[in-house]
Design a binder for this molecule. Structure first.
Ligand code: V47
Ligand code: SF4
Length: 355
């Protein structure tokens, strides 16, 4: 690895676009892991976070039909589903004790009114006042703004008033237009995705960010994506975590291959190094697998997400993991990586340290 880059990282200096791209072309994976760990430790010590959460997908019916998405269906198509609010409440009720967060994302339904989503939030808040609600990607929020005829700000404020605590990071994919057109021609642009998150931050809503990698994109496209996130974070400080999403090709229109384990680890480590203003880097165990997400804790990640319970998006596209992990399994996974497991809530407040 170039000595100048190494020295800059150790001195806590920001990497340029060119330096970050050079890291992707460097095969010294051990040095990369050590440097990313040193940065992660400066931010989060020896801690690694997890949360007791549950995923809920209100519907898989979606007007966008992105080419990498094996989860979505059109109305009336085999496998299409839509959950009522009562059904969602029932699923939360049946979840194990100790749930801290509900993670809600779904398709862009052609007929459901904005009121459905506001009622869902209100009912969840009423029945489960102590559980945080992290819901709706920027893509969904933009769609709600269209169907409600409210501007972005008022859409977000209505969601917040009804119970929304934070937003997940999905829908970012790769910002570069030339790649995005091949992945998801119907989806909002990268610029719009960033605008939704900027507006959320200005409304006091914390959000996450993601990047879908391992398809057509170049190293330059990945770094361009990271640098644009870093710039927005400089301005608002509203991002909590960054989650690289490893492409799963099965049952998709796009096809292709899974990224390699080394690519997964490099992407985690380089994300940690480039996103110097993001507090957390998440190794999403559902996509990386339990074993690689554990190793990712030694490559700059400080979070492995949560118990999840029910996962449909990655599993539709060939996830090799189970659908959920128990709290004991998460604690064990983190401990065996030599880190101190910390159970958190949706705002990274400590619930319990498993010393
Ligand atoms: O928005 C869809 C991606 C996202 C595929 O914010 C795919 O805490 C890989 O955003 N291969 C949903 N990725 C997942 C997501 C997420 C997950 C966990 C935590 C958080 C968080 C966010 O998954 C979608 C899309 O970008 N996706 N299909 C696929 N075939
Ligand atoms: Fe719809 Fe999201 Fe799937 Fe795209 S990734 S088709 S927006 S559910």
């Amino acid at each position: 690895m170039l000595e100048t880059i190494k020295q800059k990282i150790l001195a806590g200096e920001r990497l340029s676009f060119e330096e970050a791209v050079a890291l992707f072309h460097d095969d010294d994976i051990h040095t990369l892991g050590k440097l990313a760990t040193s940065v992660a430790e400066k931010k989060n010590g020896n801690r690694a976070y997890f949360i007791q959460n549950r995923h809920v997908n209100p519907t898989n019916i979606c007007v966008n039909r992105c080419r990498f998405c094996a989860f979505s269906r059109s109305t009336g198509e085999k496998g299409a589903f839509e959950l009522s609010i009562d059904e969602i409440l029932r699923r939360i009720e049946l979840s194990p004790e100790g749930l801290r967060e509900i993670h809600i994302v779904g398709g862009l339904h052609p007929d459901r009114p904005f009121e459905y989503y506001l009622s869902l939030l209100r009912e969840l808040r009423k029945h489960f006042p102590r559980i945080h609600i992290k819901a709706f990607t920027a893509v969904e929020v933009d769609y709600f703004s269209g169907i409600s005829n409210l501007g972005l700000r008022d859409t977000l404020l209505s969601l917040k008033k009804s119970g929304l605590d934070a937003m997940p990071g999905g829908g970012a994919e790769i910002f570069a237009n030339s790649i995005r057109e091949r992945l998801c021609p119907e989806k909002i642009t990268g610029e719009r995705w960033l605008e939704v998150h900027r507006t959320a931050h200005l409304c006091g809503i914390k959000t996450n960010a993601t990047m879908l990698y391992g398809h057509f994109e170049s190293s330059e496209d990945r770094i361009d994506h990271l640098v644009r996130l870093r710039e927005l974070q400089d301005q608002t400080g509203g991002f909590q975590a960054f989650i690289p999403l490893s492409y799963h090709p099965q049952n998709t229109d796009m096809g292709g291959r899974y990224p390699s384990g080394i690519d997964d680890l490099k992407t985690i480590a380089i994300s940690r190094l480039v996103l110097d203003n993001f507090p957390h880097i998440k190794a999403y165990w559902v996509m990386l697998g339990e074993k690689l997400s554990q190793v990712a804790l030694l490559f700059g990640a400080d979070d492995i997400d949560g118990t999840v319970i029910e996962e449909k998006i990655t599993h539709a596209a060939g996830a090799m993991t189970g659908e959920g992990l128990t709290k004991a399994e998460m604690v064990n996974l983190i401990r065996k990586a030599g880190k101190v497991p910390v159970e958190r809530d949706a705002f990274y407040e400590t619930v319990k340290v498993y010393a």
